[in-house]
Design a protein around this ligand. Structure first.
Ligand code: ZN
Ligand code: ZN
Length: 385
């Protein structure tokens, strides 16, 4: 904490949707744990214990900004907590890299961040002083290695949250085609296409003639204006070279909510995570774009609350906001038509890969691959403040 930040911290807790100040006697504990968390010290997950007004036990654990409280004899409640004024400053970036015990220096931070979101990700990263970081491809799963020190990525995430669709649709799926190329206005330009071996419209397979309305994409491939217009209405990729233009949007039900929160669970969710991130998707019944009615669906899903799980959570948010997380299809159980997973996510905490649950060592990399084929990669994440 630097000098200007030394005012007595005021903690708040969300109760019934309102933020209320936390009890004074808890604040020193919360502050200490919070600082440990901010500095990435190993014991940031420890429990801080105090008693409630009526003497019943109140256990507090601060982990990624989450407070969980457990009163004797009652079930576990998950409550969000934040420090007033510090809440924005607490999340300068999604990802912080650690080399050994300490956060990497500013320059290394930048190098590692850039390498982390480069597609495809490299196996080895060279730092400014010549040190090599090896095994970088599977950083989230096993950590990388740098001169015998463990390199890890620490991700901050909102402790609980939701994405509401269509209000939070990512970007503009209706961006006009003129953003991605231009009309060929003179017959000379169309004649020139022959020299470039580019005179055939790869959609209708007819040659582009001088009198035709032709359109050239930024990649240099030309088509009939009408052909590429109709093509772009369905997919925003060049039919000749598959370069992607703008984001890929899917057919997920337009109305929907994605919600998540961490949960301390006694189930062995994942060998490397102490708790789970629990997600619920909620789609009300409706009618799709072809006029077919679909049923309501509210599937629950589970991610490990570790680096791999947090990366997937962030990518799923992007996928949900682009409507590629789900598609439509018949439900396995009874064939009822409704939202079905386009990107697969664990719907059980146990049962292994055959039971849609954990453990499943291949899940993280497989899910990244599914996301990638739907146009969502780590480079799509909001990595800078
Ligand atoms: Zn054509
Ligand atoms: Zn092209």
């Amino acid at each position: 904490m630097d000098g200007q930040d030394e005012a007595v911290p005021v903690w708040e807790q969300q109760l019934s949707g309102m933020w209320v100040a936390f009890k004074d006697d808890c604040q020193p504990y919360l502050e200490k744990t919070y600082q440990a968390f901010r500095q990435g010290v190993g014991d940031a997950r420890r429990l801080v214990t105090t008693t409630d007004d009526d003497g019943s036990l109140l256990k507090l654990s601060l982990d990624f900004g989450m407070l969980s409280s457990k009163t004797a004899g009652r079930s576990t409640d998950i409550l969000p907590i934040r420090r007033r004024e510090a809440v924005e400053a607490a999340a300068p970036a999604l990802a912080i890299f650690h080399i050994g015990e300490a956060a990497a220096g500013q320059h290394d931070q930048r190098t590692l961040l850039e390498s982390w979101c480069t597609e495809p990700r490299v196996e080895t990263v060279t730092l400014a002083d010549g040190r090599l970081v090896q095994g970088f491809k599977e950083l989230e799963l096993y950590g990388a290695q740098c001169n015998g020190e463990l390199v890890q990525v620490c991700l901050s995430t909102s402790n609980m949250g939701s994405v509401l669709m269509p209000a939070e649709l990512d970007g503009n799926p209706d961006a006009p085609i003129t953003d991605f190329g231009s009309d060929l206005t003179s017959p000379d330009e169309i004649d020139k296409l022959a020299d470039e071996d580019n005179q055939q419209c790869k959609i209708c397979l007819c040659d582009l003639e001088r009198e035709d309305h032709c359109f050239k994409l930024l990649c240099g491939h030309a088509f009939h204006g009408e052909c590429i217009g109709n093509w772009f209405a369905r997919k925003r990729r060049c039919p000749a070279c598959t370069r992607s233009y703008g984001k890929l949007y899917g057919s997920q039900p337009l109305q929907g909510i994605m919600e998540w929160h961490p949960e301390i669970t006694e189930l062995e969710v994942h060998p490397r995570a102490a708790q789970a991130i629990v997600l619920q998707f909620k789609f009300p019944a409706g009618t799709d774009e072809d006029g077919q009615e679909y049923i309501a669906r509210e599937p629950w899903c589970y991610l490990p609350d570790d680096a791999a799980g947090l990366v997937l959570l962030e990518l799923y948010k992007v996928a949900f906001r682009r409507r590629v997380m789900f598609g439509f299809g018949p439900r396995l159980r009874d064939g009822a038509f409704g939202a079905t997973f386009n990107i697969h996510i664990k719907t059980r905490t146990h049962g292994g890969s055959v039971g849609h649950g954990y453990p499943d060592d291949a899940y993280f990399l497989r899910s990244l691959e599914e996301l990638r084929s739907n146009g969502v990669t780590i480079s799509d994440l909001p990595l800078q403040s």
